[in-house]
Ligand binder design. Sequence first.
Ligand code: SF4
Length: 412
Amino acid sequence: MLPQSAYLHVPFCTHRCGYCNFTLVSGRPDLVGPFLDAIERELSQLGTPRPVRTLFFGGGTPTYLPPAALERFLAIVQRWHPLEPGGEWSVEANPLDVTPSLIAQLAAAGVTRISLGAQSFSPRKLKLLERDHSAEVISQAVSMVRTAELQVALDLIFGVPDETLEEWQADLERAIALAPDHVSTYGLTWEHGTSYWTRREHGELTPVDEETERAMYLAAIATLTAAGFEHYEVSNFARPGFRCRHNEAYWLGEEYYAAGPGAARYFDGERSVNHRSTTTWLQRIERGESPIAERETLSKDDRARELLVFGLRRLEGVSAAWFLAKSGMELRPLLGERGQRLLEHELLRWDNEQLSLTQSGLMIADAICAELLREYPRFQSSARKYFKFPAQLMSKSSVVNLGRLRFLYRIS
Ligand code: SF4
């Protein structure tokens, strides 16, 4: 069975936001042409077209591409990864880039879903996050996507310096008022190497405290579920029938293709990740060399462990029968003593042979996953292995910043 999903990474942004450490270049429109040549060469390595059921254009900002470049990109991807009838095709978009003609171009190519990097409706937060759009621009973008009858998803950030619960609550309500199909909420993460990190070191920015962040996450769950959204993954909420099928494929341990700088694929039992540097990725492809920076073949045990931690991100959790069928391993023995402690502390629960996070567990989902990986000899070097999973898998909209290990240790 060949992979049924493909991820394409578009590494361009107008400006690098202060908190962002994704694979991208800013202010390099001169690299758009070489990028398209390189992605065409990388995809041609597939040999024959590989139809898929889900396509995801992430970045960076895919909508940074000017119309002619976007047209060529769409044609290249359609040639190598034609979307099967009924498939899902998501494109991440910057609200300021959205115009009727852009949406018409994407819809004509077969795109089904636009994921808008809204982040907030508060002028204060948007300015602090160095975003170039306003609340009004988000509303206009949503209405243009709706007019074209495409699905619309909104990303929101909480835990921005000096943010209050009231400010976050207002963001949630503004988002709901736009009636999106899908909402992702994620806590601001402080990444080493970003200007936010440096500003925090210099005392210019102060993270919100853990309790406020926790209250914000709980407010998101309460407000969005009360508005009819299904909380289906740690950070993701969807109207019934509108989950992101592409991301579900990651969380369900399915295989997937990928292309572009920093993109990760999982295929034939091997996980491989392209060079994160856009220029290195370009140069390697131009020289006819492999763009892959790292590859590893997952053993049966590694694979089972990954299935468990990704599966637990879904609120439904992991069923013992599904796990056995998919990994060939029994779930209960795999949990070991650490898993048992998590059960005793009511961070995990068993219910009808289904293992899932409790609400307390949700608050520290990342720490729990790290703890479960730590049990395993291969991961003993530290829980870092888990956090090293490519950003594309964790997704910039999938991170909850409440997973501090020390918090877990305090409990246990
Ligand atoms: S946060 Fe989004 S828009 Fe800002 S630099 Fe990162 S990828 Fe680009």
